[in-house]
Design a protein around this ligand. Structure first.
Ligand code: SAM
Length: 472
């Protein structure tokens, strides 16, 4: 039975409810009156439930699809302005005891190079990331209680926060590690992590069990209930996602929104972010072996419909996607992107040769961080290296109330501009700096509160003089 308040995975992600939702969406895919009514409701910017959103995703009427995309773009601009938050993944270890059939880290893969960074190697990787200009990382590991226990992850987080190289600093460490216990989530919280990210991979239980045939990750309920344990452990920023390509996308979309509704119902706060990875080629993984791959247009429609359905939830796209797909995705909902990423263990210091490959998947966007920053500004965006919310304790529902009170332009925009100024001075190439100076001048004028504008302008001058790390 479907119950969003239940703490049992099969009840808050009910297969029956998803199937009923898909039938309802199918029956109404040409129902212009209903679709228009849902679009009108979405214009209130309070989100949609999984049934309403699924009708929009199935909508077959071209003019209404155009309206859906336009509305997603408007909501994106209303809530996030022009800011795009920057981050990079850091792969600590690719030892893994699981058997995930889509991931080259699966335990049976004997030819992938297995690596785990020592604390000294972490210092080198993080120094390289700081020298690129990164301030925010997403830690990635395989699941291996012996080679990669929680103590190793905790020690690594401590090391990362302690590294101060030139003007560099990692100010927010997000963590994407396997589902774990409340006690371990509490330890991660105490270590000062930002968001705990865990992709569901697929919400379809039967497929999940087949795609994760061996290892602890086989336990669908334990995996699906992980966000509840994380919240019980005190982590109130969690990041959800599915790996598109494993199951039918409409099923995953409904499941993802039901998961968000469950977190909101039980904990009073939905996911902080949603990621939209698609399966990529990797060491012994061929994405074409999976039947449910989606084309770019469908991918963008999913992004637009998520944007409309959960306006307050940040959306993340990685370098799995190409420059051109990322450009369109930014328009319809994405608010965070990675840049200059390496998906191999130790890849920031030493690019790998083919025989020594430890990468999790092939990267489609191989540009440097500076190239991505410049490109974003040329498109009219403001790349942001801000980490203020989490450091000011504005997590969970406190962050959501900042969004809901419409104060983003008075808080997040100045923070974005100040951190962009730091980037321009410390790391940017001349051409990037030239464009960036213009962007900052123009965007300062868009800060609504005159007092905030004045303080931000002064801090930017202080940054030019050599001071660092201001925040609202
Ligand atoms: N090991 C952790 C777990 O059990 O959830 C998560 C970390 S894993 C390094 C990060 C994510 O990469 C996975 O959750 C999966 O969705 C994604 N991934 C795995 N193989 C992939 C592939 N071939 N292409 C694209 N993404 C992949």
């Amino acid at each position: 039975m479907y119950d969003k308040y239940s703490m049992v995975a099969d009840e808050f992600i009910s297969d029956d409810e998803i199937n009923a939702t898909l039938s309802y969406a199918d029956e109404n895919k040409d129902n212009a009156a209903l679709i228009k009514a849902i679009i009108e409701k979405a214009k209130e910017r309070k989100g949609l439930d999984h049934r309403e959103a699924s009708v929009l995703l199935s909508c077959d009427i071209p003019e209404l699809n155009e309206e859906i995309f336009n509305l997603a773009g408007e909501i994106k601009r209303d809530f996030y302005g022009d800011r795009i938050v920057m981050f990079a993944p850091l792969y600590l270890s690719n030892y893994c005891v699981n058997g995930c059939v889509y991931c080259p880290y699966h335990a049976k893969n004997k030819h992938i190079a297995r690596k785990k960074l020592t604390q000294d190697e972490i210092i080198n990787e993080v120094t390289a990331l700081q020298d690129m200009g990164h301030k925010r990382l997403a830690l990635e590991t395989g699941e291996d209680p012996v080679n990669c226990p929680i103590e190793y992850v905790l020690e690594s987080i401590k090391t990362i926060y302690s590294i101060k190289h030139k003007n560099g600093a990692i100010r927010r460490v997000n963590v994407n590690i396997a589902a774990t216990t409340v006690e371990n989530y509490r330890k991660l919280k105490e270590a000062g992590i930002g968001t705990y990210i865990l992709f569901q991979e697929t919400y379809h239980k039967k497929s999940y069990l087949e795609l994760h045939p061996t290892g602890p990750k086989h336990d669908y309920n334990y995996h699906t209930e992980a966000m509840d344990r994380a919240m019980e452990g005190g982590i109130d920023d969690v990041g959800c996602g599915v790996l598109f390509g494993l199951e039918r996308y409409r099923y995953e979309f409904a499941g993802l929104l039901m998961h968000a509704e469950h977190l909101e119902a039980v904990h009073g706060v939905g996911p902080h972010t949603i990621s939209v990875p698609r399966i990529k080629h990797a060491d012994d993984i061929d994405p074409d072996a999976f039947d449910n791959g989606i084309d770019d247009d469908t991918f963008l429609k999913i992004i637009a419909c998520i944007r409309i359905s959960v306006p307050y939830t940040g959306m993340i796209i990685s370098t799995r996607e190409s420059k051109s797909v990322r450009e369109k995705a930014l328009k319809y909902g994405i608010s965070q992107i990675s840049g200059g990423s390496k998906t191999s263990v130790g890849g920031y210091v030493e690019p790998e040769c083919e025989e020594e490959n430890s990468a999790q998947f092939d990267v489609s966007d191989n540009r440097t961080l500076d190239e991505v920053v410049r490109w974003l500004m040329e498109l009219g965006y403001v790349p942001s290296f801000c980490t203020a919310c989490y450091r000011e304790g504005r997590t969970g529902d406190r962050f959501m109330s900042l969004c809901k009170s419409g104060q983003i332009q008075n808080c997040c925009l100045p923070n974005a501009l100040m951190t962009l100024e730091e980037y321009l001075i410390d790391y940017a190439k001349d051409e990037t700096k030239k464009i960036g100076d213009k962007v900052i001048r123009e965007q300062l004028e868009l800060i609504p509160n005159p007092r905030t504008r004045e303080v931000a302008t002064r801090h930017i001058e202080d940054i030019i003089k050599g001071e660092r790390d201001f925040r609202f």
